[in-house]
Design a protein around this ligand. Structure first.
Ligand code: VAH
Length: 317
C-alpha cells in the first residue's frame, strides 16, 4: 500500500491518479493537513494527517500496511521565506518523523528535492549532481538536509531512500504551492482569462522547468529501479530551461494578444538568481534510463489543449 503526504499539493493528486491505475484505487492513500474537496474522496482513500504528529503517522503506516511512502509535505521557496519557523518545523521536523517511521517499518521512501537545493556558490550552468550546495532559502536548506539525512539513513540503517531534484513543475490541472517558479503556470491561466500577464521575474531569468507528466514518470521510474542500478540516492532530473520571455513567445503562438508586463518581486528574483540555470541530469539518464518527453513547444501545446486556448478576449471581441 502507498501513502502520499502533502497529497493535496500540485503533485500529489496527479501522482495518486498514476499510482491508483497501477496498484488499484484503494491501495493508494492521499493524506494532507487540509480538508479536500468532496471529489477527492470519490477518487480514493484520503486521511487527514499532520506531518508533525509522529504517533498518528505511525498508526496510519501500520494500520494501512504501508510499504511505499511519497513525502510531499513541505513549504516551498517563497512561502517558506514568509514563515521560516513553520517551514523549519514541516520541512525538517516533519522529515525526521518520516525518516524514523520509514526506517522502523522498512518502507521504500521517496522524498522530492529541488533546483532550490543549490545556491549562489553552486555552478549554475549547468549544475551537476555533486557540487557545493549552500542554498539561501529555508526551503533549500531543508531540502539539502533531507538529501543528507536520507542518504545517511540509507547507509546507516539500510533505508531504501530515493530522491529526485525537481525543476519548476508546470501542470494544467493543479496549482503550484507558493514557489518561485509558479509564474510559469499562472501565465497560461491569465493569458486565457485576460490576455495579460504580470511577471514577477525579470524577462531573462532562466530556470530549469518540467511538465508534470515527465516529473511523475521520473518519480515512478526511480522508485521502480532495481537497487543495484542506483549509483546514487539523489539525482537531478531535467527536461528544459526557459526564461519568462521565451515562455511568453511560445504562449503568444496560441494567444497572440497576450500582453506581458514585468513587475519584479525582489524576494523571488533573488531566489531565482541563486538557483541553477541548467540542470545536468546525466547520472539519471545513465543509471535508470531517464529521458524527458516534453520540451517547451510540447509543454505549451499540451497546456493549451488542456486549458483551451481560445482566450476569453478573442471570444469577447
Ligand atoms: C518552488 N516550485 O518554486 C518550487 C520548486 C523548483 C522550484 O521547488 O519553490
Amino acid at each position: 500500500r502507498v501513502l502520499i503526504t502533502g497529497g493535496l499539493g500540485q503533485l500529489g493528486v496527479g501522482l495518486a491518479k498514476l499510482l491508483r491505475k497501477r496498484f488499484g484505487k484503494n491501495n493508494v492513500i492521499l493524506s494532507d493537513i487540509r480538508k479536500p474537496a468532496d471529489n477527492v474522496f470519490y477518487s480514493g482513500p484520503f486521511i487527514f494527517a499532520d506531518i508533525l504528529d509522529y504517533k498518528n503517522l505511525r498508526e496510519i503506516v501500520v494500520n494501512n500496511r504501508i510499504t511505499w511512502l511519497f513525502h510531499y509535505s513541505a513549504l516551498l521557496s517563497a512561502v517558506g521565506e514568509a514563515n521560516v519557523p513553520l517551514a523549519r518545523a514541516v520541512n525538517i521536523t516533519g522529515l525526521h518523523n518520516i525518516l524514523d517511521i520509514a526506517a522502523e517499518h522498512n518502507l521504500r521512501l521517496f522524498v522530492p528535492s529541488t533546483i532550490g537545493a543549490f545556491g549562489p556558490t553552486s555552478p549554475r550552468d549547468p549544475t551537476p549532481d555533486l557540487c557545493i550546495q549552500r542554498p539561501r532559502t529555508i526551503y533549500g536548506v531543508s531540502k539539502v538536509h533531507a538529501e543528507l539525512m536520507g542518504e545517511y539513513y540509507h547507509c546507516r540503517y539500510g533505508l531504501d531512500f530515493r530522491c529526485l531534484r525537481y525543476p519548476g513543475i508546470i501542470s494544467a490541472d493543479s496549482q503550484p504551492g507558493g514557489g518561485t517558479t509558479d509564474y510559469a503556470v499562472q501565465i497560461f491561466h491569465d493569458a486565457i482569462k485576460t490576455g495579460k500577464f504580470k511577471c514577477y521575474l525579470r524577462p531573462d531569468t532562466r530556470l530549469p522547468m518540467m511538465y508534470i507528466d515527465d516529473c511523475l514518470k521520473a518519480t515512478l521510474e526511480v522508485m521502480d529501479a532495481p537497487a543495484e542500478a542506483l549509483t546514487m540516492r539523489t539525482y537531478n532530473i531535467s527536461a528544459m530551461s526557459f526564461t519568462p520571455e521565451e515562455l511568453a513567445q511560445e504562449v503568444q503562438k496560441y494567444v497572440p494578444e497576450l500582453q506581458m508586463t514585468y513587475n519584479v518581486d525582489q524576494v523571488r528574483q533573488a531566489i531565482a538568481d541563486s538557483w541553477p540555470m541548467n540542470f545536468d541530469d546525466s547520472n539519471a539518464r545513465r543509471d535508470w534510463g531517464w529521458k524527458h518527453d516534453y520540451d517547451l513547444p510540447e509543454l505549451v501545446t499540451t497546456m493549451f489543449s488542456y486549458l483551451g486556448s481560445d482566450s476569453r478576449i478573442a471570444q469577447a471581441n
